[in-house]
Design a protein. Structure first.
Length: 76
């Protein structure tokens, strides 16, 4: 999951997707669904919902983001 291989698309990896989520959340807070749509639209990435939720879980477990009633924001 975190160790890239030569066959993996780095734009879809958890770490790169996590960086994109952090970059978006620095601008404003998002609803979980709105952030997913923003990432698909803004970055032009073809990410799956499963990849997105895995990345959110990783960021939440590492205390980078917090979730309050489906709203995401960066921890300070």
């Amino acid at each position: 999951m975190f160790i890239p291989t030569k066959h993996e698309n780095l734009q879809k990896s958890t770490i790169v997707l996590g960086a994109d989520i952090i970059k978006s959340l620095k601008k404003k807070e998002y609803n979980v669904e709105d952030l997913f749509q923003e990432l698909k639209k803004g970055e032009g990435k073809d990410i799956s919902l499963n990849q997105y939720y895995n990345t959110l879980t990783f960021l939440w477990l590492t205390d980078v983001i917090e979730l309050n009633e489906f709203n995401l924001k960066l921890r300070k």
